[in-house]
Structures are given as C-alpha cells and as structure tokens.
Design a protein around this ligand. Sequence first.
Ligand SMILES: [Zn+2]
Length: 307
Amino acid sequence: MKTLLIVFGLVGIHCLIFAQTDIIKQLPIIDMHMHAYPLDYNGEPDIANPVTGKPSGAQSDEELMQASFMEMRRYNIVKAVISGPLEVLFRWKSAEPNIIIGGVYFDEVTSLPDVEQLRQQFMTGRLGVLGELVAQHAGLSPNDSLFDPYLTLAEELDIPVGVHTGLGHEGLTYTCCPKFRVSYGNPVLLEEVLVKHPKLRIYLMHGGWPYLEETIAIMSVYPQVYADLAVINWIIPREEFHEYLHGLIRAGFGKRLMFGSDQMVWPEAIGMAIEGIESATFLSKEQKRDIFYNNAVRFLRLKEIGE
Ligand SMILES: [Zn+2]
C-alpha cells in the first residue's frame, strides 16, 4: 500500500502540472516508444528517475505494468508501441491487447529472436514493429549485417522499423555498455539500409538527437523516414529539446514527427513527455495534434481511433 501511495503521489504531481494545459488531455495520443521491462532490467530495482530523482516505487513487474497502464489511461493513450524482453512484453500485450503494438527489442542484453519465429509472430499480429533496435549500445552500427535478415523480413511483410538513434546516458561506456559508441548513433548510418530496403517504413527513435543536421539530411532525402521524440522530450534540458524540435519543424518535418515517451521503469515519464511537447509555444494546436496522433496514424496505417 505504501508503494502505491508513492506511485499515486508522483502521478498526482504531474496531473496538477498537466491540468494547466488540459486541451490535449481529452484527445487521443499514440505513444510510439514505450518499454515493457522487468523491474530490475537496469541492474537493480528502484532506480531513480534521472529527472525527478525518485524511483517509481513499484515493487514488482506487475505493479510496474499496472502503474504504466494507469498513466496510459490518464492521458488517453489509445495505441502504444511497446518493446522489451519478449516474455515481459507478451505479458503486457495479453493484458492490453487492443492498445499495445508489440515491438521486437534488441540491445546489449536482449538478442533478436530467430527470423522464422519472428515471421510467425508478425503474421499472427502478436508483434507489429521491428524495434526498438538499440544497435548503438551493443557496439553495432544500425547498418551492421546482423540486422539485414530482419530488415529484409520487415520489408517483405511491411512491418515498421524503429531504430534507436543519437544518445546514451552519461558515462554508460564505463558502466553498462562498454561497446557503446557515440558515432553509431548517427542517423546517416541508416542511409545504406534505406538504399538497400527502399520500401522499409523506418522511424528514427529519439529524433536523432543531438544529430540535428544529419537528421535533417536523412529526412530530407528519404521521405519515408519518420522520427519519434521519445526521451528527449523529458530527459534533456527543456530549452535544448525545444530548440531541437524547432529545428526539425523549421526544416519542414512537422508531418513526420511522432510522440513517444520512452517510458522505461518510470510510469510518470509519460506525463512528463507529453508536457515537453505541450509546452512548446512555437507549435500550433494542429502541429501538436499531428505529433501526438495524426502522424502516427499515417505512419502505422491505422484507421482513426475513437476519441
Ligand atoms: Zn532508445
């Protein structure tokens, strides 16, 4: 009970912040970037949210899942691309089958499943996105040959692909991820993938930050490339996020940017991420709706989902 009170307490704080901008609250949102992680995926349970300094307070995988669902309901998230270790993801997916689009996860800890097994999962709809592919943390370029059979499959079945780009947390090369390299986060590395697989529907996760020029370069030449704004909309300094987002908008990509939270083990991150977009005064209401919903509907080829 104490745990739940802490979770509810955090949620309450964000709800108060959000109440000042309640237009979006009633409208549907699509989250293109969430995770179903076990509580201790980052090595130990109860890791503090790097922005608030507080852990989620969830004491079990089940509590973390339920707290995440509660935040999704609060902000009217009607669809979410969620990836993580498959056994955890499938638990989440069976609890909310109509909202969750299952994503195939890859990073320095979780390897990719067998290609033929994956084909079955895509064809039955149990999984619907190839990603998040976090090649960077595993010391791989996103154009590494390891991914090619998977990208070929995604292209054949018309499955969207989400590729981690840009950033890693401070000091990670010396802790979790000795193979991580900043340079592997450069979105330009996807060019050979785009040339070889011209029909792929790819989105740059984290919007390529901090590679603004390279992100613009790729998106301007390859119109099929979209980007999500996950994690940078709440974890980096707000002014820097808004400058970056403004740069992408100025470059003409307002119809290809999509909301994502990158909720990992902190359910309150969903509200923080929404607030990061909502507080961008240079965005019109229409541009915000595009980011929160319309662009993802087009990218995922969904029918409109009820308000
Ligand atoms: Zn990522």
